[in-house]
Design a protein around this ligand. Structure first.
Ligand code: TXA
Ligand code: MG
Length: 339
């Protein structure tokens, strides 16, 4: 299959809408990362997403909408907490897991009785949904296991020949995937951290948001993931990544002791020039939003440079940094060295 990359304009939006209506795939930018869209009600269309990504069938997809009226048929009910969070954070990078509606395909939900829904703020997504009338399922546009793409070039690198159209809408602003929160149970539970933080949701809800244990630690043998996506090795570059937890002086010393062929540093802005190995910087220290914006592109750049061993500076674990830490620790296959 020939993959076209088109700039965003009226014609390309109309083409994307037509492809979605016909049950085809379209890759497109969102404010978080690039996604691969297919009609969430059409099981045969959604199956093509799993094939294009090489994604395990038991990992459910997020349904994207552009207005509250589109929830009809997608969810069975909108719990009161979901209304509050939607009023505060939609459109935006927040996915809510709700009771599943009867029109969503089984394939989209991987057979679960819940469905993850989000209303993105990106104008291209909104335009495509409006033009097509299609609520679409869309995972990140990477091959399963690789870092999520945050621009059209990285999307093409993974999806060339696997789908007909990539809309090029420039770089994704946020850089990591949406926050996923479950609002179906007795307590709200954070299933995947993102740009909308636990603290922000707690301020709106006036209650604690529990953190799923799978977010910051490795699942123990036999433990069940509430969010199936959490159990897979994820975001992994080809290089072996190790997170070094400690201050910059200790980091620099450790890297100097372990310098050698193929060794790279993944560090914060302004630090690289002080290191004896080649480096990629991924945002300012203490600035989770900047780190989120750069992380996935940095991991892909390390691969392009042939990095084999990567020592990464450790992000914090609260606010937006929780999302950065959550992705990086998976890229590092949970290898953390305390300095
Ligand atoms: O920012 C994003 O959310 C991007 C863009 C394209 O919108 N999409 C995205 O989708 O990250 P994906 O498929 O890569 O990640 C979906 C995550 C997975 O961890 C999955 O297990 C979880 O959401 N998820 C989806 N539906 C769920 C459900 N019903 N219950 C629990 N977890 C669910
Ligand atoms: Mg993904």
């Amino acid at each position: 299959m020939q993959t076209q990359v088109l700039p965003v304009n009226e014609q390309s939006i109309a083409l994307a809408a037509r492809l979605l209506q016909q049950g085809e795939l379209v890759a497109l930018p969102t404010e978080t990362v690039y996604g691969i869209a297919a009609d969430a009600r059409n099981g045969a269309a959604v199956r093509k997403i799993f094939a294009a990504k090489g994604r395990p069938q038991d990992n459910p997809l997020i349904v994207h909408i552009c207005g509250m009226q589109m929830l009809r048929g997608i969810v069975a009910e909108v719990p009161p907490r979901a209304r509050k969070l939607a009023a505060a954070f939609w459109p935006g990078p927040l996915t809510m897991v709700m009771p599943r509606g009867e029109e969503v395909s089984d394939v989209t939900c991987a057979g679960l009785d819940t469905v993850g829904v989000r209303m993105p703020s990106h104008p291209v997504v909104q335009a495509v949904i409006r033009a097509s009338g299609v609520a679409f399922a869309a995972p990140s546009a990477n091959l399963s296991g690789k870092p999520s793409p945050t621009n059209a070039q990285d999307t093409l690198a993974d999806m060339d020949g696997r789908l007909p159209l990539i809309l090029d809408g420039g770089e994704s602003a946020v850089g990591v995937e949406s926050t996923v929160v479950s609002v179906t149970g007795e307590h709200p539970v954070l299933l995947r951290p993102g740009y909308i933080t636990k603290e922000q949701m707690e301020a709106v809800l006036g209650e604690e948001v529990q953190v799923s244990p799978a977010i910051l630690e490795k699942l123990k043998e036999g433990e069940v993931a509430r969010s199936p996506g959490m159990k897979y090795k994820h975001y992994a570059p080809k290089a072996q990544v190790t997170i070094l937890q400690g201050d910059f002086a200790a980091y620099r010393q450790y890297v100097a002791q372990h310098a050698g062929p193929g060794v790279w540093a993944l560090c914060f802005d302004g630090e690289g020039a002080q290191l004896p190995v080649p480096y990629i910087e991924y945002g300012r220290d203490h600035d989770g939003a900047a780190q989120a914006h750069h992380l996935f592109a940095a991991l892909r750049e390390l691969d392009r440079n042939g990095a084999q061993i990567v020592y990464a500076r450790c992000p914090e674990q609260d606010g937006v940094s929780m999302a950065v830490y959550n992705r990086l620790i998976r890229a590092a296959a949970f290898r953390v060295v305390e300095l």
